[in-house]
Each structure stands twice: as C-alpha cells, then as structure tokens.
Design a protein around this ligand. Structure first.
Ligand SMILES: [Zn+2]
Length: 385
C-alpha cells in the first residue's frame, strides 16, 4: 500500500490516495480541482511529476505499469427516483412517451413552439413524470443529446439529467408502428413541383401531390419518380356550399379520366380542409384515405390513418413570418415525432415565397431535418392496403 499526501494550498486538507489506481486518483483530483482552476494547474503538475517518479522507480525496479485495477465505488442503494432516471436514460421500452400542446409561452415547451414532450415511468409502486428537452440537434453519428427532468406525481422536481439517444434508422421500420412524415403538396403548382423532383430525390423524399383539375402528364412523371398522386377536386370549391349533384361533379366525376391513364387516385384532400361526415361516407369507397387541413400539430398511427380521415398540419409561408420561427417549429415537430413515434402529416402548396407555399430554402430545411433525424417519408398510398 502506498500513501501519497498532497498538500499545496494551506486551506486544503491532505489528499490521500491509497492503492494508486489511476481512475480514482484523477477523480479525486478533479474533485479538488473544481475549487479553482489555478489549483488544477498546480495539481496537474504535481501529478505528472509523481506519476513519472513512480514510473521511473518502477522502471528501475523492472516493474511494468500497473494495470487498471477497476475498483468500483462502494455500492450505495439507489433511490427509486434514481432507478427511474436510469430507465429514462436507457430509453426503456417501459416508458410511455407522448406530447402535449400548450401555450407557446409555456416555459417547458420546446423553443416557444407549444410542444411539450413528456413521459411516464414506474419504479416499484411509484410513478414518475418525465419532461424532455429535445433542443439538442442530432450530430453526424446519428446521436442526439436529450435533457430531462424527473418529477413526482405532485410535480415536484426530483432530478435533472441528460443522456445520449441513438437515433434509430427508420428504414427497417416495422409496418405496424410507422414513424415518419406524410408530406403533401396541394392544388395546381405542377411546374414548381416538377422542378423540385431532383431536390426531393437528393433527400430520398417521397411525397404526395394532391392535384386539382384534369389529368396531366405531370401525374405520371411524379409516379415514375416514386411520388404519389391524390385528388383535390375539379375546381377547388368549398364543398360545404354545394348541392349533392355539384358535389359529385367536383369529387367523383373526374376520377375516371385519371384512372384511365393509370393514375389510381386513392386519396383525397378537401379544399380548405372543409368537409362534413356525409361527404366522408360517400367518398370512402373511392378514396380510402381522406385528408383535412389545419394548423395544429397532430400525429397518427397506422390504425388512425387507415380509419380513413386525418388532418394535416400546414407549414405554409403565411404561418411563419421569420425563417427562425419556421425552423424552430420544424425542429420541434420532427424531433417530437421521431422521439415519441407516429406519422406526422405536413402540407404546403406552391414552392415559392407565396403565402400558400414554401420557399425552396424552407423546403430543403424540412428535407434535411428529416434526413438528419432518419425519418421516413411515407406516401398516402403506403397506408392503403
Ligand atoms: Zn387546396
């Protein structure tokens, strides 16, 4: 047994290192060094000289360097909260993760987006609430640092910690639990859309174009590039104002011309997102998936998509004055869906600076963020069996 006493600054007690194990030696020094950086410099210098002395004397005696002894700290029993935190850090399948929407100024929401990412975990007979902080960006190794706080049922903060989450690759995703984006473009911007084919391909993004009007060769070119075509009525009228006859003309009469050209048209987006239950019932036979339109962040699982009606969130320019706001919302939504699971429908229109559209820069931002998060791009037809 070797005892080394260090005494550098008079106020500090001796530091005894019994059984020199490098790991513990440096840990002790780190603890001491927290007090002052200056002291760290002194200590480091002292350690170096001690180590080299020890090494030299051992070398003189013909001894090799000591192997790491791996002595572990004495086992202290962990509290239930600490055991729960360990489950959070391991992203245990026992955790129930979900999100809640609150006022954007809620202090816990992600970057003023109003999205709170939460979890619940049980340890013994105690239940704990988790609040996640997903503000850390993914790195080049597909990892993401995630902060969290653990609370008891009375919302009392018990501990705060963080962990590194390995972002799973969704390409081998199980068909029953899809995680990804359902990205769509509505109306009649075929030229702008076609100009984006290469950009979409660069990020391996497959999207759905909800076209209005008649069949055009664009539809086939989009299908050839791996995209999907849905229908968005003949003239983009508010269907709530139409007679049943006019409704038929707008929604079903034109479908045959597309199908004749080999474009199946199996999904349908309501103009302005407006629909009534009777419409959904009539269209169900022709369009197994119908889509509304809104500004709320909604995430779906396979069952809820296959039930036939979903509402997609708009990411049009008009909703985000500044690129920073757009990017904060895209980050919050995409990270949340990646971390908590499900499919996020997103919709825009033109690819331009128009109010109802997305700028090329913003579009690329969505594609890049989705790629960095290893999110999968789904088409509406992927949910039609
Ligand atoms: Zn539209």
């Amino acid at each position: 047994m070797k005892v080394i006493a260090l005494k550098f600054l008079s106020k500090e007690p001796y530091y005894e290192i019994v059984k020199i194990s490098r790991k513990w030696f440096f840990m002790e020094l780190k603890k001491t060094a927290c007090v002052s950086r200056l002291r760290l410099v002194f200590l480091s210098a002292a350690v170096l000289s001690l180590c080299s002395c020890a090494g030299l004397s051992r070398a003189r005696r013909g001894e090799a360097d000591l192997p790491p002894e791996g002595d572990l700290p004495p086992e202290f029993p962990l509290s239930a909260a600490e055991r729960a935190a360990a489950k959070v850090k391991a992203d245990s399948p026992e955790l129930r993760k979900y999100f809640r929407l609150e006022d954007a100024d809620s202090p816990d929401s992600s970057g003023g987006t109003g999205i709170l990412v939460l979890g619940e975990v049980r340890e013994g007979d105690q239940e704990f609430d988790v609040r996640y902080d997903l503000s850390g960006a993914p790195d080049s190794q597909n990892r993401m640092k995630i902060g969290f706080t653990l609370h008891d049922k009375n919302a009392e903060l018990l501990l705060k910690d963080e962990f590194v989450w390995n972002i799973p690759d969704e390409s081998g995703d199980s068909a029953e639990n899809p995680t990804g984006l359902l990205f769509a473009f509505d109306d009649d911007y075929r030229e702008a859309w076609e100009n984006s084919f290469d950009l979409l391909a660069q990020y391996r993004a497959r999207v759905t174009f909800f076209v209005q009007g008649d069949y055009s060769p664009f539809c086939k070119r989009a299908l050839e590039r791996g995209h999907d075509i849905g229908y968005h009525t003949a003239h983009h009228l508010n269907l709530l104002n139409l007679s049943r006859g006019e409704f038929y003309q707008e929604t079903l009469a034109g479908v045959e011309s597309f199908r004749h050209e080999g474009v199946p048209l199996r999904s349908f987006a309501y103009p302005f997102g407006f629909s009534a239950p009777w419409m959904r019932e009539i269209l169900n036979g022709n369009f197994p998936i119908q889509r509304g339109f809104g500004v709320t962040f909604r995430v779906y699982n396979r069952d809820s998509i296959e039930s036939g009606y979903i509402i997609s969130r708009s990411i049009d320019n008009i909703l985000f004055k500044r690129d920073e706001d757009f990017e904060a919302m895209i980050n919050a939504m995409l990270r949340t869906v990646k971390f908590t699971g499900g499919v996020l429908p997103l919709t825009t229109h033109d690819i331009s600076g128009a109010d109802w559209g997305i700028t090329g820069g913003r579009l690329e931002y969505v594609l890049k963020t989705a790629r960095d998060l290893r999110l999968r791009f789904y088409r509406y037809s992927d949910f039609i069996r």
